[in-house]
Structure formats: C-alpha cells, structure tokens
Design a protein around this ligand. Structure first.
Ligand SMILES: Cc1cc2nc3c(=O)[nH]c(=O)nc-3n(C[C@H](O)[C@H](O)[C@H](O)COP(=O)(O)O)c2cc1C
Length: 214
C-alpha cells in the first residue's frame, strides 16, 4: 500500500507514532524489505555502509527487549527526569502529551509487530566527538530514510533509545556481537491507525537558523 504523499508531505508528517500503532495488524516482511532497500540508499562516511538492520518479530525476544525498555523508562522518564522547558515554550505545551504517549509505548512495546534494531559496525564509546560525528552520521540518515519510507506505506515508527542502557543484554538476546557492533536505537514498526498526520509545531526557524554567523 502506498499513500502517495508528496516528498514534502512525507518529510513534514512523519511523527513519532505511539498510541496510533496498530498492534493487531501484522506487517508483511516484503513491505519492511522495501523500506530497508530505500534506507540503504542513504549516504555513509567513505561509503563504508557499516549498517545492519535487525528486525525482531519473535514474541519472546520482543518481550525481553520491551522489559529492558520499560525498566529504563521507569527509572528515567516516569520519574520526571526527562527534558523540561520554560513555561510558554511550545515544547512545554507539548510535553504532557509526549509523556502520556511515551508511557503508552513503554507499556505496550512488546505488542508491536516488529522492532527494528539499527546497528553499525564499530564502537565509539570513548572516541572524540569529531570521529563520532562521522560514525553516527553514517547510520542516522539510513534509519530516518527507513522511517520516511515506512510513513509513505502507511506504517508508523518512533525513534527510541531507552533499551540501550541494557545494550549488552539486548545483544545477547539477539546474537549481536557487542564488542564489534553498536546498536543505535529501537524503532517500533506497525501500521498506523488512520493515515492522517499533521506537521508539528516547532521552535520558530529564525531562532535556530544562523546566516553567516551565530
Ligand atoms: C534520538 C531520539 C531519541 C528518542 N527516544 C525516545 C524514546 O526512548 N521513547 C519515545 O517514546 N520517544 C523517543 N523519541 C521521540 C521523540 O520524543 C519525538 O521525536 C519528539 O517528541 C517529537 O515528536 P515528533 O517526532 O512526533 O515530531 C526519540 C527521538 C529521538 C530523535
């Protein structure tokens, strides 16, 4: 299924989908493969293509990853230690909704049809930011392309990072060679309930765009 959105519509309406993930409807492997084929068109430093995509559909493994996610969620997010913003800031207005939706995902993550665990060869745990920039910049565009391709096909996704506090345990569950391969997130993948998503309210462009100097 294609929604036939314009490129600008895909770019402006690919939201973090949590409550509107259809947890009952299976997602065909062929659709996932289509999205991954587009994802690997993304750029990577020196054309290295060190990316790997672990698609998890097995119920037992999903339950283990969801439990790791929930543990971090309870310790970090639910206790109010996530980002806070000044009153009147659009991000502050949005925050209760984000928290409510994040809670729902944490409680229901095990039910998603697929979890995508994007990985990349190498570890950058203690390397300088200048080298990290090239490393992260070689995997994030591919994952975002996957999420955009998914949106065009009626699928919802959300970038999440909470299970990474248990990355070593997750690596064991999935057979990922932890010493040589880094997991960069966990992306739930499901059809969305309804396909209409709106552009988000963001900070005004003139606050974040700098011409010639800061
Ligand atoms: C690096 C990164 C990490 C994130 N981690 C989580 C997460 O662990 N759990 C979650 O529910 N959402 C997570 N999000 C989603 C953000 O909360 C979401 O993108 C933000 O609220 C803006 O909403 P929108 O993407 O729908 O515009 C993450 C997003 C990014 C880019």
């Amino acid at each position: 299924m294609h929604l036939n959105l314009s490129a600008d519509e895909v770019l402006s309406t690919t939201r973090a989908v949590r409550k509107r993930l259809d947890l009952e409807r299976p997602v065909e492997r062929e659709v996932i493969e289509e999205c991954l084929r587009l994802a690997i068109q993304a750029p990577s430093g020196s054309n290295r293509q060190g990316w790997h995509f672990v698609m998890v559909g097995d119920a037992e493994r999903k339950a283990k990853l969801a439990a790791m996610y929930l543990e971090t969620y309870e310790a970090f997010y639910a206790s109010g230690r996530s980002a806070t913003f000044p009153e009147g800031d659009p991000r502050a207005q949005r925050r209760p909704k984000v928290l409510d939706s994040a809670r729902y995902l944490a409680d229901n993550l095990h039910r998603v049809p697929w979890m995508l665990i994007p990985c990349q060869e190498g570890r950058v745990d203690s390397t300088p930011s200048a080298s990290q920039a090239g490393w992260w910049g070689s995997i994030i565009p591919a994952v975002w392309s996957f999420m955009l391709a998914a949106r065009e096909r009626g699928l919802g996704t959300a970038w999440t990072t909470m299970h990474l506090r248990s990355e070593r345990e997750a690596a064991e569950v999935l057979g990922i060679p932890y010493d040589n391969v880094t997991q960069v997130g966990l992306i739930p993948v499901a059809y969305t309930i309804g396909t209409d998503f709106k552009p988000a309210t963001r900070l005004p462009l003139d606050e974040v765009c700098h011409w010639d100097e800061w």
